[in-house]
Ligand binder design. Structure first.
Ligand SMILES: CC(C)(COP(=O)(O)OP(=O)(O)OC[C@H]1O[C@@H](n2cnc3c(N)ncnc32)[C@H](O)[C@@H]1OP(=O)(O)O)[C@@H](O)C(=O)NCCC(=O)NCCS
Length: 340
């Protein structure tokens, strides 16, 4: 077995080759991710990162040239994945990448391999025209690569529902399917097209459907008319990751989801949507109390890859308090880690 103490940082770096992944590397990449992240899950409940890599490979914009491996002596000892997505940044469509996971075999850590992978990924993504890279990660690690902290929020709004008059007659929910895509895309653009920051999930069913046991993606209808779409944590419907509806249908959609969770249209929900937007569609009927729970965290970071991209202005305005940090909804592929 190769021991860490055998090699100096510089010896290793000289002999490391960074290259794009190949299909024949999948097993080694899974092994590296498992080994590197096992320390994060000491009770071994579920190491999800290697599954996340597989799921992100079926993102319609997946690019194997942005899935990089570090090879040493013919063996893969590190891996980083940059996943391309379309975003809305200050109301304009932009291409960017999401970094993660990044993993280096434990005995090869702290020798500069993670840095080599990340820097090469930034170089390639920049060359391919992606304006920025974003991630959730260690604040001690990523700022050295130019990542700016507190750049977005994952939470949005806490809503308390109190709708005595709700009757569930005529309501139904079912799994999302391919025929829903035009409706979903239209609803998404209407809801997020002018956002400060939003990640566009794509126009394929695999990008809107659930990727694990933990979550469910459902279309809710009333008397066979679609009211909306919800992606929620299965065991806690009240934790809603994505919610799409026409303004006029939002109250009934929320009331139905609360009824499913609580057996009555009363209770609390956490929704990844801005308080302003929800308040506007829920109105002031007295049935909904809306509290802003948007909080940027130092782990939520963005690095600008192209200074011409509107993301540069976005980051500056968020830093200067001129713009509220955007609410980022990671797409369904990221739900591998969601537990029941
Ligand atoms: C994070 C990781 C990819 C870094 O790769 P690496 O090759 O060890 O990193 P580098 O050698 O380029 O950089 C090492 C520096 O990063 C910092 N660093 C490494 N891992 C870190 C961590 N988990 N937290 C904070 N800082 C870390 C240290 O400051 C270290 O510098 P030092 O050796 O002077 O103390 C690797 O440690 C790993 O696989 N960790 C487990 C999985 C993980 O945490 N992935 C990132 C999830 S956000």
């Amino acid at each position: 077995m190769i021991r860490k103490s055998y090699f100096s940082r510089e010896d290793i770096k000289m002999d490391i080759k960074i290259r794009s992944e190949k299909v024949s590397d999948y097993n080694s990449i899974a092994n590296v991710n498992y080994e590197a992240f096992l320390g994060w899950h000491p009770d071994n409940h579920f190491v999800d990162e290697f599954i996340l890599v597989d799921m992100l490979r079926h993102n319609s914009m997946f690019d194997p040239e942005l899935s990089l491996v570090a090879e040493y002596d013919g063996k893969i000892v590190g891996h980083v994945l940059f996943s391309p997505f379309k975003f809305i940044i200050i109301g304009r469509e932009q291409l960017g990448v999401a970094l993660g996971p990044v993993a280096v075999m434990p005995e090869f850590q702290r020798k500069g391999i993670g840095s080599m992978l990340i820097e090469e990924g930034h170089r390639r993504a920049g060359e391919k025209g992606y304006g920025f890279s974003l991630l959730c990660g260690h604040v001690e690690y990523y700022p050295r690569f130019g990542y700016r902290t507190n750049m977005f929020s994952l939470s949005g709004t806490d809503v308390t529902i109190n709708m005595d008059s709700f009757d569930n007659e005529g309501f139904a929910d079912r799994p999302v399917n391919q025929k829903d895509i035009p409706w979903l895309m239209e609803a998404w653009i209407r809801q997020h097209g002018a956002d400060a920051l939003a990640l566009y999930p794509g126009d394929n069913i695999s990008e809107w459907s659930n990727h694990g046991l933990g979550c469910r993606c459902a279309v809710v209808s009333k008397n066979n008319r679609i009211l909306g779409y919800a992606r929620y944590v299965r065991s806690r419907i009240i934790n809603i990751k994505e919610l799409l509806a026409n303004d006029e249908d939002m109250p009934e959609l929320l009331a139905y989801l609360a009824w499913k969770e609580y057996g009555k249209a009363k209770g609390k929900m956490h929704i990844a949507l801005s308080a302003e937007k929800l308040q506007a569609s829920l109105g002031n009927t007295g049935s909904f109390e809306v509290d802003d729970s948007r909080t940027a965290h130092d782990a939520f970071m963005i690095k600008v890859l192209n200074q011409e991209s509107p993301v540069a202005a976005y980051c500056e305005q968020v830093e200067n308090g001129l713009l509220k940090p955007g609410i980022l909804i990671y797409p369904a592929m990221f739900d591998a880690a969601e537990s029941n």
